[in-house]
Design a protein around this ligand. Structure first.
Ligand SMILES: NC(=O)c1ccc[n+]([C@@H]2O[C@H](COP(=O)([O-])OP(=O)(O)OC[C@H]3O[C@@H](n4cnc5c(N)ncnc54)[C@H](OP(=O)(O)O)[C@@H]3O)[C@@H](O)[C@H]2O)c1
Length: 300
C-alpha cells in the first residue's frame, strides 16, 4: 500500500544510512529524501535478495529541507552536532527522530538540536558497509536487524520497514539491550582501533583478560544504571565476543585506518560518565578512553 504522504529524511549516507535510505527507497511506499554532503542520484544496494539500483532524491543544502514526519539520523555519533542545520530544518513538533547510532544516550545526544520533535532511540545490529559513496552492502548479523523500544514511537519506527527486508524488533527492556550492545562496542572498538588489528586480536590471551576487565566494569555500571543482566553476564559476553569472526574489523578500526575521528566519547566516554554518576569506578575503560580520544583528536 502506498503511503507517499509519509516523509522520511535520512541524514548520513554511509554504511548504515545508505542501506536504510536505499532499502526504503526501493520499497517505494514512503517519500524518502537523502541528506548528504555530496549529490547522489542513485545508490547500488547489495543484499542477500539480490543487487538493486535505487534512484535517490538527495539534498546537499539544509536550506532546501522542510519538516518531515521522520528523520533517520545516521551519522557517526560524534558528527551529531554537525547535523544540527539539517535537524533544524527537518524537525517540526510532529517529527520523530530515529537515532540510528551506537551508544546509550540517544535521546540526550539529539535533544539540543530537535526542538519539540520526539527522539526515538534504536539499536542497529545489521552490518552496513559503504563500498563507494553510491554503493552499499547489508549483511544480516542477528535475528533482528534493528531494535526499538516497544512504545507507540518504537512501533511506528518498525512500521516504516514493514515491506523492507530489514527486520525491526521491539523490546520492553530497551535499556538492557542497549547496554548489551554497548558492551560489545566497549571491547571490540577500542581494542581493534588501538592495535590496528582485526578481531583476531580478541583471541590473544592478554586481550582475553583485558576483555574481561572491560566487561566487569561495564556490567557494574550497567546494573547501577538499571540494566537487568544475568549473574554471569560478563563471562557470557566475553564468550560471545571471542566467537566473532577473526577477519572482521570494527567501525573504529576502519575509522583509525582512514584517519577519521572516533566515536570514543560517545561509547567508552558514556560508560565512564555514567559510572562516575553512580560512583562505580572504571579505571581500565578510563585509560582506553584517554588513548582513543587522543587518536580521535589527532585525526580530527
Ligand atoms: N556500519 C555498521 O555496520 C554499524 C553497525 C552497527 C551500528 N553502527 C553505528 O551506526 C552509526 C552510523 O555508522 P556508519 O557505519 O553508517 O558510519 P559511516 O559509514 O561513517 O557513515 C556516516 C555518514 O554520515 C555522513 N555525515 C557525517 N556528518 C554529516 C553531516 N553533518 N551532514 C550529512 N551527512 C553527514 C558521512 O558523510 P561523509 O561521507 O561526507 O563523511 C557518512 O556518509 C554509527 O553510530 C555506528 O557506530 C554501524
Amino acid at each position: 500500500m502506498s503511503d507517499r504522504n509519509t516523509t522520511v529524511a535520512v541524514i548520513g549516507l554511509g554504511g548504515i544510512g545508505g542501506v536504510a535510505a536505499a532499502s526504503l527507497g526501493h520499497a517505494g511506499r514512503l517519500e524518502v529524501v537523502a541528506c548528504g554532503r555530496r549529490p547522489l542520484d542513485r545508490m547500488k544496494l547489495e543484499r542477500p535478495e539480490g543487487e538493486v539500483e535505487v534512484s535517490m532524491r538527495t539534498l546537499t543544502d539544509p536550506e532546501d529541507a522542510t519538516p518531515v514526519d521522520w528523520v533517520l539520523l545516521v551519522t557517526k555519533a560524534q558528527d551529531t552536532p554537525s547535523a544540527a542545520p539539517w535537524l533544524a530544518k527537518l524537525c517540526g513538533p510532529e517529527t520523530r527522530v530515529a537515532v540510528m547510532q551506537n551508544g546509550i544516550d540517544h535521546a540526550a545526544r539529539v535533544a539540543p538540536f530537535i526542538g519539540a520533535a520526539t527522539a526515538v532511540p534504536t539499536i542497529v545490529y545489521y552490518n552496513g558497509e559503504r563500498i563507494a559513496p553510491d554503493h552499499v552492502r547489508i549483511r544480516h548479523i542477528g535475528d533482528a536487524d534493528m531494535l526499538a523500544p516497544d512504545t507507540d514511537d518504537g512501533r511506528a519506527f518498525s512500521a516504516l520497514f514493514d515491506d523492507v527486508p530489514i527486520t525491526v524488533g521491539l523490546s520492553a527492556d530497551f535499556t538492557t539491550l542497549a547496554w548489551r550492545k554497548l558492551m560489545i562496542n566497549l571491547v571490540v572498538n577500542p581494542i581493534t582501533a588501538l592495535t590496528r588489528l582485526r578481531q583476531a586480536v580478541l583471541q590473544h590471551p592478554d586481550i582475553l583478560d583485558l576483555t574481561r576487565t572491560i566487561l566487569d566494569e561495564a556490567v557494574a555500571v550497567a546494573r547501577a544504571d538499571g540494566a537487568v543482566l544475568e549473574p554471569d553476564e560478563a563471562a557470557r559476553m566475553a564468550a560471545l565476543i571471542k566467537a566473532f569472526p577473526r577477519d572482521a574489523g570494527s567501525s573504529m578500526y576502519f575509522d583509525v585506518l582512514a584517519d577519521r575521528p572516533l566515536e570514543s566519547r560517545q561509547l567508552t566516554g558514556a560508560l565512564v560518565d555514567i559510572g562516575a554518576r553512580h560512583g562505580v569506578p572504571t579505571p581500565v575503560n578510563t585509560t582506553l578512553l584517554a588513548l582513543t580520544n587522543a587518536v580521535s583528536d589527532a585525526n580530527g
